[in-house]
Design a protein around this ligand. Structure first.
Ligand SMILES: Nc1ncnc2c1ncn2[C@@H]1O[C@H](COP(=O)(O)OP(=O)(O)OP(=O)(O)O)[C@@H](O)[C@H]1O
Ligand SMILES: [Mg+2]
Length: 236
């Protein structure tokens, strides 16, 4: 079953075609990596999926339903969760409070929320930092906190924009295991510059370049693709 699809999805910014006629299909249960050079349109594309920005043209469908005109919070209620390239945690709240805010979108009752928060923090390896102020975490750990805020919502689709930025090598190894585990219960769309993460986690890879789909295939196919190598030179 196709969980998410776009047709002709397009977004212009003052003459720049940031996303330009993208047809995209994501089957349920898949881990899909979205790669491409800086400025290729990756963040703009997922912002259109989430409803953070409106398309100039084209459609987005989720679970067979046209959601092109749904506001972002309604898309979250349908089961889309996302983390963005710029961290958006509440710096002056604790780690647990941040996750608790996200959990209360779905759960009622203090005990249920607390249990879900503890479980989500354990999954990303932040259980020891529950009481810390989010603003005191290292940047990479703020990204992990955002992932916890996403997974506590038990999403059907989890979209992650460069989640490994700022993580150490050992933390990245843990992240790969986390993604595989999350894929048991969610479909994952992962914007990623780290090629080892792409190669070791993704079922398929979509390459964006100048707002358009340059290539799509298995990690091995994409790795061997000459056009992709030329476009992504110096990336990853
Ligand atoms: N709000 C905006 N206003 C104007 N131009 C924008 C805006 N957002 C993105 N752009 C432009 O759209 C193009 C695509 O940007 P986008 O951030 O989507 O790329 P990206 O693939 O996520 O890049 P990166 O790998 O650096 O994160 C770029 O040329 C960028 O400058
Ligand atoms: Mg980006």
């Amino acid at each position: 079953m196709t969980l998410l699809s776009t047709r002709g999805l397009t977004r212009h910014f003052a003459g720049i075609r940031a996303v330009d006629g993208v047809d995209f299909d994501l089957p349920e249960g898949e881990i899909r990596a979205l790669i491409g050079p800086n400025g290729a349109g990756k963040t703009t594309f997922v912002s259109l999926l989430c409803g953070r920005i409106a398309p100039s043209a084209g459609t987005v469908a989720f679970d067979g339903r046209d959601i092109s005109h749904l506001p972002a919070h309604r898309r979250i209620n349908l089961g889309m969760a996302y983390t963005f390239q710029i961290t958006s945690v509440f710096a002056r709240l604790s780690v647990a409070e941040n996750v608790g805010l996200a959990a209360r979108r779905r759960l009622r009752g203090r005990a249920k929320v607390e249990a879900a928060v503890a479980a989500a923090l354990a999954r990303v390896g932040l259980e020891g930092r529950a009481g810390a102020l989010a603003g005191d975490l290292a940047y990479g750990h703020q990204r992990l906190l955002e992932i916890a805020m996403g997974i506590v919502q038990a999403p059907r689709l989890l979209i992650l924009d460069e989640p490994t930025q700022g993580l150490s090598d050992s933390e990245i190894a843990g992240f790969k295991a986390l993604i595989r585990e999350l894929a048991q219960s969610a479909t994952i769309l992962l914007i990623e510059h780290n090629m080892s993460v792409v190669m070791e986690t993704a079922h398929r890879v979509t390459v964006l370049n100048f707002g358009q789909v340059l290539a799509e295939g298995t990690p091995e196919e994409i790795h061997a693709d000459r056009a992709v190598q030329a476009a992504c030179l110096g990336v990853g």
